[in-house]
Design a protein around this ligand. Structure first.
Ligand SMILES: Nc1ncnc2c1ncn2[C@@H]1O[C@H](COP(=O)(O)OP(=O)(O)O)[C@@H](O)[C@H]1O
Ligand SMILES: [Mg+2]
Length: 317
């Protein structure tokens, strides 16, 4: 395998900066061990100059949170003609906004929990606070309240009483001005990672506290993972099938991860798609890769080669 000149992009100003730096360090070390020529770049005002100076063949994105996943950095890299790993700017943006992604899933008959959205404009300027009673009536109880754009379970709340709704909304509004109110699915938390179009074994996450929140995700030992998930093989197949369908709907490439809840009847409900999945020691994608018999450097190499194949593909006229 030829050595490739790679810039690993990590950090940025999102709430998930530290997680991204951890992902970036691991990926850079793994690709370096594989003999690639690797530099690490932060997402700051020097990025364009650093990319121009380095003349990298490819940028490997390990950015989590807004700038890395909402298409902003992808658009910039496209403008620069800099090849990069992961879905393009449009796919990133579609997946980043959970309400937009859920709309696409629903139109394609991919089961996603029933939901509604509420914008801070509607609350501030249109008297929506008086309509909050309809939320639990329409969606049932409990309801998950989460920012439509966001990640790492930040700003996510669970509401079972009408009085809890307003504070949960305010907490979610502090992350994004459109909030998703979604029917709660009681069941098993499952993630399906897909690398170069090939689904890896579904991973089940069982947080010790019962809530798969920020600290359950990134604290060593706070969550137990089972790969493959402890579900019937038909249910595992159904999880893979909906995830692959959503990958196509969003137009993903190289690597992405679907987050699902499987209810007591074995029905998978797609929550969201993560277009730049975590690569830390406790992250779901590396756990899935291990279950598939892939080492961490193998995983990084596969993502890299998937993106590199676009550069080497013959031009279409
Ligand atoms: N509708 C739901 N039913 C049950 N649990 C949910 C639901 N929505 C979110 N959760 C829980 O909250 C976590 C974060 O939600 P998710 O939609 O994946 O957003 P993100 O990971 O981007 O913060 C999930 O991993 C799951 O544990
Ligand atoms: Mg998620």
């Amino acid at each position: 395998m030829n050595a490739t000149k790679v810039a690993v992009l990590a950090g940025g100003l999102s709430m998930e900066r530290e997680v991204s730096l951890r992902s970036g360090r691991r990926v850079a070390d793994a690709l370096g061990d594989r003999g690639h020529d690797v530099a690490r770049l932060d997402l700051d005002d020097q990025l364009v100059a650093s990319l121009a100076r380095g003349q990298y063949e490819i940028a490997y994105l390990t950015l989590h949170g807004k700038a890395g996943e909402d298409g902003a950095v992808q658009s910039l890299l496209e403008l620069l003609g800099q090849p990069y790993t992961g879905p393009d700017a449009v796919s990133s943006l579609l997946a980043w906004d959970k309400a937009v992604a859920k709309g696409l899933f629903q139109r394609a008959e991919v089961a996603t929990p029933q939901w509604m959205t509420l914008s801070s404009d509607a609350v501030r300027d249109m008297g929506a606070a008086a309509a909050l009673d309809h939320v639990l009536e329409r969606l049932g109880s409990p309801v998950v309240v989460k920012p439509s754009q966001g990640g790492a379970a930040l700003g996510v709340g669970l509401v079972s009483e009408p009085a809890q709704l307003a504070p949960a909304l305010m907490a979610a509004f502090s992350f994004h001005d459109v909030v998703l109110l979604e029917r709660f699915v009681h069941g098993t938390e499952v993630a399906v990672s897909i690398v170069a179009g090939e689904p890896l074994p579904p991973v089940e996450a069982v947080p010790r506290t019962g809530r798969y929140d920020f600290s359950a995700r990134y604290t060593h030992g706070a969550t137990e993972y089972f790969a493959p998930a402890r579900l019937d093989s038909q249910v595992l197949d159904a999880c893979v099938e909906v995830s692959a369908k959503a990958w196509d709907l969003l137009g993903c490439r190289d690597v992405s991860r679907a987050d699902l809840m499987v209810d007591g009847d074995g029905q998978p409900w797609l929550l969201e798609f993560d277009t730049c999945p975590g690569m830390t020691e406790t992250s779901l994608l590396p756990t899935a890769a291990t279950a598939a018999g892939m080492t961490f450097p193998d995983l990084c190499e596969q993502v890299l080669q998937s993106a590199m194949s676009r550069i080497h593909a013959p031009l279409r006229h």
